[in-house]
Design a protein around this ligand. Sequence first.
Ligand code: B12
Length: 286
Amino acid sequence: MTETVSAGEAAHRLGIAVTTLRTWDRRYGLGPTGHEPGRHRRYGPTDLDRLAEMNRLTGQGVPAAQAAAWVLGQDRRAASRAGGGHAVAVGADGPAVRGLTRAALRLDAAELQAVISAAVAARGVAAVWPALLAPVLIHIGRKQAETGRLIEVEHLLSGEISAVLRTVGRPAGPPRILLACADEEQHTLAFEALAAALGEAGVPVRVLGARVPASALLDAVRRTGPDAVAVWSQTSSTGDGSRLRGLLDRRPAPKLVLAAGPGWHTVPPEVARPQSLAEALTLLTR
Ligand code: B12
């Protein structure tokens, strides 16, 4: 059976007053769906999602009437898409992940930009990447693999994420950390997030970006002498760990070499293998 909660519990979960909840119901029709007159109002998961969206929008300064119209309109858009459109199961992930996934599927660039920049401004990249951005990318990637479609969604979403991550300030000072994607690796977002999170932590970093041949990476290491080098591989075709050997063999070798991302295989044992943004941050800021 679907779990439903009382108005008091719903308000508590959203961090708003019960009176606000009742006002939204009375004025804008944002009450529990399927409510029978004379019975207590019980809010289900969809109702809570709608209210969370309403709360988020009003929290960003959108007038309540406009926010309600948007939330209710989104419901209608979702209903009209059912059957013909794309639905992505977001499982246990919360309403924020669902909302952003839907905005991506609608190719709603303005909404993507607004939501991602508000989230990053409020909570920082180190929190928003694992809680919101990575789950949305993973859902969309899964759906893309199932359908063979949605490449346009991946491109738009990636572009909007990159644009927001680039707005995070980079601290001054000589970078002691070098980040690069492996040769032929075009998936850059995780390292864009890592660079931004390091920036938030006040750590200067040099980022070489996508598709860095092993010889170019070695040249950059020779020229800049970083303490730590991290290389990202998303797919196994770019994750031949033996190519990291050159970094370990050069003298002086960087104190720390990281192979990050799910693509890596046959990685030399001296190389660290962080499994998350948080773990990479800990290793690099130690
Ligand atoms: C966005 C995206 C793109 C964008 C990239 C834009 C950019 N600037 O980065 C574009 C459109 C360019 C693209 C291109 C391609 N992509 Co693509 N893409 C993705 C997508 C949706 C997200 C990539 C990403 O940022 N991942 C990073 C995080 C969000 O995901 P994750 O690695 O799975 O996260 C896990 C860990 O890595 C860890 N983690 C998460 N964040 C971080 C951060 C750090 C620092 C660390 C250490 C760990 C960590 O936690 C997660 C759970 O374990 C993925 C789906 C996916 N699951 O990744 C497909 C995906 C990676 N792409 C895929 C493919 C096939 C391609 C293409 C070959 C063709 C295509 N179908 O699009 C091309 C070629 C790219 C190339 N040669 O490099 C496949 C790879 C399949 C495979 N296993 O080989 C995936 C998995 C989607 C799918 N169809 O199944 N892609």
